[in-house]
Design a protein. Structure first.
Length: 257
C-alpha cells in the first residue's frame, strides 16, 4: 500500500490558492502605481478646484449688544451722529450790513428878499439907458469932476473921486448878489479903480450899514457890471484913478449913489 504524498494541492490550472492571491495583490499594486505615475506626469489632466479668495465682510456685534433694546440702540446711534456733527466745522453765518441812515441835510431854499420884488413898471423905469445921463463931469470948459471923498481915503492913500455913472445898474443886476437873511434897509460903500471902456476893477469894501449885513460884499461882487465915467482934471479923463461907489438898499427900492 502506497504512502500518502506530501505535495501541496494544485488546481487543475496548475496554480495554488496562495499563488492566485499573490498575483491579485501584485496586479492591484501595479495599477495603483500606474495611476500615481500618470497623475504626477500630467497634473493638468484633472481640473483642480480653486478656493474662492473673494473678501467677504460682515458686521460683528459689540459685546452684550444682543441685550440692548431697540430704543437704546437708536439712542446710541443718534449720539454717534451728534458726535460726528459736532466735529464738523460750523458754517459762518452771513452778516447782513446794516443800512446807514441818510445824513444828507436838505439844502435850504434861498428866497429873494421881499423888498426886492418890483413891478414891471418899476423895472422899466430902472433902465437908466433910456434916461438922460446925470453926468457931473467937466462940461468941456476945463472944469474938474465933483468933490472928492477926501484926500488919501483910497487904497494906499490914493485920492477918491465921487463916481459918475455912465449907466446906473438896474435892480435886477444888483439883486442877484443879495442873501435872503439880509436886513431890509442898509447900504454898501466900495472903492474901485477906473479902467478902459468905463469899467472898474480892484474894488474894495470901505463901509457897510448895518455892520456885518453883507451889503458891502454884495456891491463889490456886482461891480463888474458897473459903467462909470473916469474923473476929469482940466477936462481930461483920468483913467486909473479911484472912485467911490455907494448903493443904498431900502424896502422895495435900490438906489445907486
Amino acid at each position: 500500500m502506497r504512502s500518502a504524498s506530501l505535495i501541496p494541492f494544485r488546481s487543475k490550472s496548475g496554480l495554488s490558492s496562495q499563488d492566485r492571491a499573490g498575483a491579485i495583490t501584485l496586479t492591484i499594486l501595479f495599477h495603483i502605481a500606474l495611476i500615481a505615475l500618470l497623475l504626477w506626469i500630467t497634473p493638468g489632466i484633472l481640473p483642480i478646484k480653486k478656493e474662492d479668495l473673494s473678501l467677504s465682510t460682515f458686521n460683528v456685534p459689540a459685546p452684550n449688544s444682543g441685550n440692548q433694546s431697540p430704543a437704546k440702540a437708536q439712542r446710541s446711534e443718534e449720539k454717534t451722529q451728534d458726535q460726528k456733527a459736532s466735529k464738523q466745522a460750523p458754517q459762518p453765518t452771513p452778516v447782513t450790513p446794516t443800512p446807514k441812515p441818510d445824513t444828507t441835510m436838505p439844502k435850504p431854499q434861498v428866497e429873494a428878499p421881499s423888498f426886492l420884488q418890483i413891478s414891471p413898471d418899476q423895472y422899466a423905469a430902472s433902465d437908466i439907458g433910456k434916461m438922460q445921463g446925470r453926468n457931473k463931469s467937466s462940461d468941456g470948459n476945463g472944469k474938474s469932476s465933483g468933490a472928492t471923498y477926501g484926500p488919501g481915503e483910497g487904497p494906499g492913500g490914493a485920492q477918491l473921486y465921487n463916481a459918475q455913472w455912465k449907466r446906473e445898474p438896474t435892480g435886477a443886476e444888483l439883486a442877484g448878489y443879495l442873501k435872503a437873511d439880509m436886513p431890509r434897509n442898509g447900504y454898501g460903500l466900495i472903492a474901485c479903480r477906473t479902467i478902459e471902456n468905463y469899467h472898474v476893477e480892484n474894488c474894495r469894501v470901505l463901509e457897510e450899514r448895518p455892520l456885518g449885513s453883507g451889503y458891502g460884499q454884495a456891491v463889490r461882487r456886482a461891480a463888474w457890471q458897473f459903467l462909470v465915467v473916469p474923473p476929469r482934471i482940466n477936462g481930461k479923463p483920468q483913467i486909473g484913478e479911484w472912485v467911490r461907489i455907494r448903493i443904498e438898499y431900502t424896502e422895495g427900492e435900490i438906489r445907486p449913489r
